[in-house]
Write a protein that binds this ligand. Structure first.
Ligand code: SF4
Length: 722
């Protein structure tokens, strides 16, 4: 701990009274909409709250929006709920220290976050092209936060307050995913934990509420001579220590010196480090993990326990204005426009997909709010004059995980992925709770529509315990386009991604089409696919392109793989091996390989034909070049069979959206999509009825035995790199 941290115990006793104020239990009652947002200036603090100083100041890389979907918004209100006086510094000018000093020195600590997104990812696409707008900034203006904002903000705070700097506690996605040494995609290097670069006193990872509660309590009950002993060992946090002698059951990973070299030995040690952390990143079985950096250790404690329904209700029951801070005037904040009328029903995800960071941030089990708590929030939302009657999203990381849970108790199982390779028999996949919530939400007075825009997990939807989830979803909760994320169709790539099979994907599409028929609705799906994932070769992308052609699809949402820090995908990308299974994995790393893989999504677009032909030749699939019915692209001019669509787009692609269910205006009626007029429609092609009669939902899915039984601690009996 820094010397500055030792000074803050002097301020604790007045605060003790403040924090120990009696709080009403509000688990099932939402406070009405808040009158004022948290203050962003001292004038505002005096005027609206009667505060002359702050206990905690949050510094954020995003605009301040007092809404539970935004980090500074929800954490600010949580700290206020704990009895603290909270101020917000949003998107400070980092080129000098003026903005960092404008609220004065907080009594307890500065909380620093880059915002809801990685600061570099907010500026650049995965292909390293500058983004056109920053979704978390008024007006979408680019350049309002620096790269690695958490580090830069901490440096400025140290400069601003020098020896008198209060403790710095960092959090948010950027810090959370960099709690241990990580591979940095932008610099193509292994980087050390962000705590060291920030010179911060503590890092909070994952869901911060319970860790913050423990920190505040520890500050009020100082332990040890310097008064900071109680701050060590809090679940969900990471700190620096000089030694690890007195940490019980600590697991030491390979040191920074071992994992950082860009050599085979370095990558092997990195993979081993990742494996050790992965097996211990568990609230019930995990042990503290330590990594040596010079003469210090970075110690990462296990995550906080999965939030109970009561805890979730307490958090989401806090008062919010649900609006951006008034100082932004009428400036449009793009992400707010998308999210303002959404409701978070749960946190966490037990899918543990390799490319996704959710499980390392929110946990591998789902924490759901109570139905009453969600409905009360909707009721309060309808009192806002700006609400137009449409709930834009009723969901969480995966909408249909609400209310589902492990029947034997998560604390008895070491697994992280309950859904792959098949759904665990102990997972309660009954969709009764989510169906009830959906029904009650859409029937609330003042609600015209309650849409679900979060992705859904289709293998789970197919195993809904005999409920009619797909029917209900399709009939009432799709705003025309349902988001699903098959990500790929090749079995080998899906295995590395930990995603369900293409057969389940097709089964879901058929049931969705039937249900849409029954409901008399023209609605289609938006599919998400990824190219360049570890394990994906050109031949796999050709397989995907053939699938898209056969199914008459043209995906709109595609992305090149991004190795997000701390994910399994990152470890596979950097090491070329799966640290959990020891499988050697092909990784397409060069810009050319990435470009060719991505081009396969767009085989219909003439702009990509050269790349597609190059990819097909490299994959030894020249049979798909030409004018045959199975061909993906025409041959070049001058080559045999090259006269198809010379120099311009084929007629059915000119200026029109292509995709299953897309309007067929401007292209030949090839018999697919809801607007097809030829006799042979997509539905007939797939053996489906085209009218309501006979369109039904599927039955339940047979589930296998429990399939994961990993030992705890350092990996126990599992064999790995020798
Ligand atoms: S794998 Fe099965 S037993 Fe383990 S936590 Fe998931 S549902 Fe429960």
């Amino acid at each position: 701990m820094s010397p500055s941290q030792r000074t803050f115990s002097a301020f604790l006793f007045p605060l003790r009274l403040c924090v120990l104020r009696e709080k009403k239990q509000r688990s099932n009652s939402i406070m009405p909409l808040a009158k004022y947002p948290l203050p962003m200036s001292l004038d505002e603090a005096r005027r609206n709250y009667g505060w002359n100083e702050f206990d905690v100041i949050l510094v954020s890389g995003d605009a301040y929006i007092d809404h539970p979907a935004f980090g500074a918004g929800i954490i600010g209100r949580w700290l206020e709920h704990l009895g603290l006086r909270v101020g917000i510094i949003a998107q400070p000018d980092w080129k000098n220290t003026d903005d960092f000093k404008k609220l004065g020195r907080p009594k307890l600590f500065f909380g620093v976050t880059a915002g809801n997104l990685d600061s570099q990812l907010a500026r650049l696409t995965v292909m390293r092209r500058p983004r056109r707008e920053d979704h978390y900034t008024p007006g979408g203006v680019i350049g309002k936060r620096p790269d690695m904002a958490t580090v830069v903000y901490c440096q400025r705070l140290r400069e601003a307050f020098k020896q008198d700097c209060p403790p710095l506690i960092i959090g948010g996605v950027e810090a959370s995913l960099r709690r241990l040494s990580y591979y940095d995609y932008w610099s193509d290097k292994v980087k050390r934990p962000i705590l060291l670069d920030c010179k911060a006193d503590m890092l909070i990872f994952g869901q911060a509420e319970q860790a913050l509660k423990s920190i505040v309590e520890a500050m009020l009950n100082p332990v040890g001579e310097d008064g900071v002993g109680g701050l060590d060992g809090i679940p969900g946090t990471s700190i620096m220590r000089k030694d690890i002698d007195n940490i019980q059951k600590v697991v030491e990973t390979p040191s920074w010196n071992e994992v950082s070299p860009d050599t085979d030995a370095g990558r092997e040690r990195f993979a081993w480090m990742f494996r050790k952390y992965h097996l211990n990143c568990d609230p019930y079985f995990g042990r503290p993990v330590a990594q040596k950096h010079g003469d210090r250790y970075v110690v990462v404690y296990p995550p906080t326990a999965t939030l109970t329904t009561q805890q979730m209700d307490e958090i989401y029951g806090l008062p919010f204005t649900r609006h951006p801070h008034p100082s932004y005037g009428s400036a449009r904040i793009p992400c707010y426009e998308m999210i303002k009328d959404s409701i978070t029903t749960h946190r966490g995800c037990y899918a543990d997909c390799s490319f996704c960071a959710i499980t390392y941030h929110q946990g591998v089990m789902v924490s759901s709010r109570s139905k009453e708590n969600v409905l009360k929030e909707i009721e309060d939302m309808t009192t806002d004059p700006a609400f137009r009657g449409t709930i834009s999203d009723l969901g969480g990381p995966t909408a249909n995980m609400y209310g589902t849970h492990c029947k034997i108790g998560r604390y008895r199982c070491h697994a992280r992925n309950c859904l792959t390779p098949t759904i665990c028999e102990h997972l309660n996949t009954d969709h009764g709770d989510v169906l009830e919530l959906m029904k009650d939400a859409r029937k609330m007075p003042g609600v015209k529509h309650a849409f679900i825009q979060s992705g859904i997990r289709f293998d789970l939807a197919l195993s809904d315990g005999g409920r009619d989830y797909i029917d209900q979803l399709t009939k009432y909760h799709v705003s025309g386009r349902l988001k699903i994320a098959p990500e790929h169709v090749s079995p080998e790539v899906l295995h590395h991604m930990k995603k369900p099979s293409a057969d389940q994907y097709k089964e879901f599409l058929q049931k969705y089409a039937k249900a849409s028929c029954s409901a008399g609705k023209d609605q289609y799906t938006v599919q998400y696919f990824i190219s360049g994932h570890p394990g994906s070769k050109l031949e796999h992308m050709v397989e995907l392109a053939e699938f898209l052609k056969n199914e008459h699809m043209a995906p709109e949402q595609v992305q090149d793989f991004y190795p997000a820090p701390l994910t399994l995908g990152m470890a596979m990308w950097h090491c070329g091996v799966n640290p959990l299974t020891n499988e050697i994995i092909y990784v397409a790393k060069t810009p050319r390989e990435k470009r060719l893989q991505r081009a396969m999504f767009f085989f219909r677009d003439p702009d990509y034909h050269d790349d597609v032909r190059e990819a097909l030749r490299e994959a030894r699939r020249e049979d798909l070049i030409g004018n045959g019915p199975n061909c993906l692209v025409p041959a070049e001019r001058g080559r045999k069979g090259s006269n198809a669509y010379p120099g311009k787009a084929p007629p059915h692609l000119r200026g029109n959206q292509v995709g299953w269910g897309a309007p067929n205006k401007g292209r030949p009626d090839d018999g697919w999509g809801p607007n097809a007029t030829k006799k042979k429609r997509y539905e007939e092609d797939h053996g489906m009825p085209t009218t309501g009669a006979g369109c039904g939902s599927g039955g339940s899915k047979k589930v296998p035995q429990m399939q994961h039984a990993l030992p705890d601690g350092e990996g126990g009996a599992l064999q790995w790199l020798s």
